[in-house]
Design a protein around this ligand. Structure first.
Ligand code: ZN
Length: 277
């Protein structure tokens, strides 16, 4: 301090003893800062050395720090993804399903491209509230695709509900029966508010007035909220309407299919085009 005063220095920090660069041995002085009035103050840091060893050391430190930060960000991301995947509760048979390991039926390359493009640009599709309407015969791996899409979007940190239509109805049934500590309203709200809802195998369930009303409620709510929905089904348009209206009113069934067309891109899966060429 005395030395500092003698040199005309005011002290914001304690004067520090000179240091030697551990790489080249150069003497490194404590840095100073001169303010507008001309008064110079001591700083609490040393000048830095520009010798090769010191530069390399600083680069190494910066790289280690960046790596650590990257690791932290990755861990954070993985933590979110794990939580979302856990919440999605994929059935064991489908936990392995990804877009990469989907074996494309002959002629359905276009369908896979549409699905991949959709996943790629989900952010924009989500704003538009647009989903996918995947329809085709049994055995084309629509369920695999459904879970693959759901997983891919979970990995982009979106909250996804992916369920077979039958299981969605079982959920509502459990709520109705009081088996779940929920009301029909909160169950409906969960389905309406998810970032993405994937309904697998629509039309396969035993359709009643009641179940049709649940599906219409979910789809209509999502349509109004502009939240995307993906539906897979073995039936298309008229066939789906007929199927849904088997024991229920045709009007609601038509309403469901009309909503689907308004809120989802049509993705026909035939597995036939290739063979018929
Ligand atoms: Zn040095």
């Amino acid at each position: 301090m005395e030395q500092a005063m003698k040199n005309g220095l005011e002290s914001w920090f304690q004067p520090l003893p000179d240091q030697k660069c551990p790489y080249c041995g150069r003497i490194l002085h404590q840095l100073t800062h001169t303010v507008a009035s001309g008064q110079t103050y001591l700083l609490g840091i040393y000048e830095i050395c520009d010798c090769e060893g010191a530069v390399r050391r600083r680069e190494q430190t910066a790289a280690a720090k960046a790596k650590q930060e990257q690791y932290r960000v990755e861990q954070l991301h993985q933590g979110k993804v794990d939580k979302l995947l856990k919440a999605m509760d994929i059935p064991a048979r489908y936990t392995h399903c990804t877009l990469q390991n989907y074996s494309v039926p002959p002629g359905d390359q276009r369908a896979l491209e549409m699905v991949s493009a959709y996943v790629e640009r989900f952010g924009a599709q989500r704003k538009k509230g647009m989903g996918l309407y995947l329809h085709g015969a049994n055995g084309l791996g629509k369920t695999h695709l459904a879970y693959a899409i759901a997983r891919a979007l979970c990995e982009k940190e979106h909250a996804v509900i992916c369920k077979a239509a039958v299981d969605i109805l079982l959920d509502f049934r459990a709520v109705m029966d009081g088996a779940l500590n929920e009301t029909e309203y909160t169950a409906m709200r969960a389905y309406v508010s998810a970032d993405l809802l994937v309904v697998d195998d629509l039309g396969k369930e035993h359709v009643t007035d009641w179940s049709l009303a649940q599906f219409f409620g979910i789809l209509d709510g999502r349509y109004r909220q502009m939240r995307p929905t993906i539906v897979t089904t073995n039936y298309v348009d008229d066939a789906l309407i007929r199927r849904l209206a088997l024991q229920s009113d045709r009007e609601t069934a038509t309403g469901i299919v009309s909503r689907l067309h308004g809120m989802a891109y049509d993705v026909p899966m035939s597995g036939k085009d290739y063979r018929s060429q």
